[in-house]
Design a protein around this ligand. Structure first.
Ligand SMILES: Nc1ncnc2c1ncn2[C@@H]1O[C@H](COP(=O)(O)OP(=O)(O)OP(=O)(O)O)[C@@H](O)[C@H]1O
Ligand SMILES: [Mg+2]
Length: 403
């Protein structure tokens, strides 16, 4: 089977939507409720923050929400908060297309002799232009329409206040226009402390408007994100609705594996599915990766247990870069704990890990907390530790053997 097999339905990668988005129905159902409430002019919900470890499916969940909101007639914008750009720069880029389209519609209406852009749109374009000027003083992104000088806006220079003005005028336009706005912000944990502080402040102010504005914000990031937000502003803990997403349960993982193949007339043998699930721990990235290799390895219309076993080996070998990045980002103290946990088979009591390092469990509390926050390990039961990614224990153990 060629590597270039174009029918291969599996999509391992970062932010690449899977053929079947499995196991997120509860969260998406809740999101549908928010879409409904906001569209009905009700308050909607506080901004959402979705957390989860690498490869668990945060980005594709945001993409799905954007699609659903778009299908419901919403205006949507998606921002990546991490470097190299600032949050403000990302936001102006994300809003540019929808606002330019709105400006164009306003102009066309005027040319047809109808009422042109409404007051809220003119104000939004003016605020946006002023805001954009603070991040792009060269003015590369223009609207091809003159911004109403009467609506000219002076910004304060404080990111939080200015961002609030922008989001509020966005909301007022959305209300005038009748289409709510969904703003998604990915990788928020990678934003600078100044940007996080500005965003917190802006959303805090937005939450205190007399009339709720139809703007829903959904952000995503690593499990460290709630702590990072709270360090930027203590009130952040109450500002957001936090939702953690984990690996898929057995039933959802089976759907993620089997459904894409079934659509193309290929069946997974039941014991192949169970092997792939136990090897991947239900982590979506590994399900896609194992699926992709198993598809290539099969020589009939059935994927066998042997195909799945070989596919898992290939998937872990393929993930070395991911494992290495994770290892190299860890401090020496974190590597020591990770090494001890790997030597104990990847899941152990914290007491046993400490004993192996000749330490007390209490003295490891800080290192352990940092590893949990960065998503390298998690706590499956009180006093126990496990890795979040399958194959990582073997990778780490292999490193210590080879020195
Ligand atoms: N619910 C799901 N069902 C099936 N496959 C999924 C699901 N969620 C994500 N995937 C697949 O898992 C992989 C990782 O998804 P994604 O990039 O969204 O993860 P992430 O949480 O954003 O990771 P990172 O922290 O690295 O940004 C992709 O290949 C995607 O297609
Ligand atoms: Mg992502």
């Amino acid at each position: 089977m060629s590597v270039l097999d174009s029918t291969n339905p599996y999509r391992p990668g970062a932010g690449i939507s899977p053929p079947v988005l499995a196991g997120r129905d509860v969260l998406l159902g809740e999101f549908a409720g928010v879409v409904h409430e906001v569209a009905a002019g009700r308050e909607g919900q506080r901004p959402w923050v979705i957390t989860g470890t690498r490869g668990v499916g945060k980005t594709v969940l945001l993409l799905e929400m954007l699609q659903r909101a778009h299908d419901a007639g919403w205006v949507t914008a998606h921002v990546e908060a991490g470097p190299p750009g600032s949050l403000a720069a990302g936001l102006t880029r994300a809003l540019y297309i929808p606002l330019r389209q709105a400006a164009g519609r306003g102009r066309a209406a005027q040319e047809r002799g109808e009422r042109g852009a409404g007051a809220a749109l003119r104000r939004l374009l003016a605020v946006f232009s002023a805001f954009k000027f603070t991040v792009d003083s060269g003015g590369k992104l223009t609207f091809g329409v003159d911004v109403d000088p009467a609506a000219a806006v002076e910004l304060s220079g404080d990111l939080g206040t200015d961002l609030h003005q922008l989001l509020r005028s966005l909301g007022e336009w959305a209300r005038e226009d009748g289409s709510p706005v969904l703003l998604t912000i990915d990788e928020l944990d990678a934003a600078t402390p100044e940007d996080l502080n500005g965003l917190n402040k802006a959303l805090h102010l937005l939450g205190h408007e007399d009339l709720p504005v139809p703007v829903q914000v959904v952000a995503a990031g690593q499990p460290s994100l709630p702590g990072i937000l709270a360090r930027a502003n203590a009130y952040a803990e109450r500002l957001y609705v936090f939702r953690h997403i984990g690996a898929l349960d057995g039933a959802a993982a089976a759907v993620a594996l089997a459904a894409p193949a079934a659509h193309l007339g290929v069946t997974w043998a039941p014991d192949a599915v169970s092997l792939a699930i136990s090897e991947s721990w239900g982590v979506p990235f590994f399900l896609q990766s194992i699926g992709r290799f198993a598809w290539q390895l099969r020589d009939a219309a059935t994927i066998t247990r042997a195909d799945a076993a070989a596919a898992a080996e290939l998937a872990f070998a393929d993930a070395e870069g991911l494992f290495l990045a994770r290892w190299e980002r860890s401090t020496a103290a974190q590597q020591a704990l990770v090494g001890a946990l790997a030597a104990l088979g990847g899941e152990a009591a914290l007491g046993d890990v400490a004993a192996r390092l000749g330490r007390t469990p209490a003295s490891l509390a800080r290192v352990r907390a940092d590893l949990v926050a960065s998503g390298v390990v998690e706590v499956p039961a009180p006093g126990r530790l496990t890795f979040t990614l399958p194959g990582f224990a073997e990778f780490v153990a292999g490193r210590s053997v080879s020195g």
